[in-house]
Design a binder for this molecule. Structure first.
Ligand code: ZN
Ligand code: ZN
Length: 281
């Protein structure tokens, strides 16, 4: 039995438990935990922002450490060195000014992203948005938060745009308006998975159209994951081009997949397996 500090608070705890405020179910492992047990929180875990994660899952989702390209998040070859742009960004500088991401695509973060995206779990997408807000705290204040849009056919199939659901709590945390209306996906595009860089660029040619209302605004573009960054690049260019005329674009993504990592492609291919996981939980 673990000794609880502040034993005199026990009657209050009993009351809270009676009305189910002292016990919550962890959104990741589904095990009940008490948010009042602050003493159990490990150091260096996810920030304590009242999110429904048990102490051990908080540790699994701890924020990334340094050692990434500041322009695209590609892991650095020498993580201990000062942050420097990677070879690809040195060759072709991305159109955005700042790039922020919460973590690398894998482990617990990957589980949550797939659950939010293909399991249509709004609570999970809300949590991802709150985590992303933590990574974006030092960005210049945006005039508008713009989620990467889905084409209306894909939106009808899925029923929601996962980027918009992630962007919602982010907009709330940064105190900036959420404006999904500022960027339109003009025509449906093939899935990017398995395409070469040249094919990806061609696939997204003219895919996005920015509203003239972005003129002069600093836009924070939000996506759930980024691999090669082609989608973000096309979207940012559309916002910045003469038709759009945004003053600047910054980018925020929940998870960054290292360029040569097949993990994301494999996970997408296996995403139908999530239905089984969902029915178990
Ligand atoms: Zn947990
Ligand atoms: Zn880079």
């Amino acid at each position: 039995m673990n000794e609880r500090p502040f034993r005199f608070l026990q009657p209050l705890r009993d009351l809270l438990r009676a009305v189910s405020l002292d016990e919550r179910r962890c959104i990741l492992c589904h095990i009940p935990f008490s948010p009042l047990d602050r003493g159990a929180m490990p150091p260096e875990s996810v920030p304590r922002i009242g999110i429904p994660l048990c102490p051990s899952c908080r540790t699994l989702l701890r924020p990334r450490k340094s050692g990434y390209c500041p322009l695209c998040g590609e892991p650095a070859l020498q993580p201990e060195a000062r942050p420097a742009p990677c070879d690809a960004c040195r060759k072709t500088s991305p159109p955005w000014e700042h790039f922020r991401f919460y973590g690398l695509y894998g482990g617990a973060l990957k589980t949550l992203i797939l659950r939010g995206k293909f399991g249509a779990d709004p609570a999970v997408l809300h949590l991802l948005g709150r985590l992303l807000a933590h990574a974006c705290a030092d960005l210049p204040r945006p005039d508008a938060i713009v989620p990467v849009p889905l084409h209306r056919t894909r939106l009808r199939e899925r029923g929601f745009n996962q980027c918009q659901e992630v962007a919602r709590p982010l907009a709330h945390a940064l105190g900036a308006p959420l404006r999904p209306d500022l960027l339109l996906r003009q025509h449906p595009t093939r899935h990017q998975v398995g395409l070469s860089e040249a094919e990806r660029l061609a696939n997204l040619e003219g895919a996005f159209l920015a509203s003239p209302q972005v003129r002069g605004k600093r836009i924070l573009l939000v996506d759930d994951t980024a691999t090669t960054g082609t989608t973000l690049r096309r979207a940012a260019i559309a916002l910045l081009d003469p038709h759009g005329g945004a003053a600047a674009v910054d980018v925020a993504v929940v998870a960054r997949t290292p360029r040569d990592n097949q993990d994301y492609s494999d996970a997408l291919a296996a995403s139908c397996g999530l239905a089984a996981e969902k029915s178990r939980s």
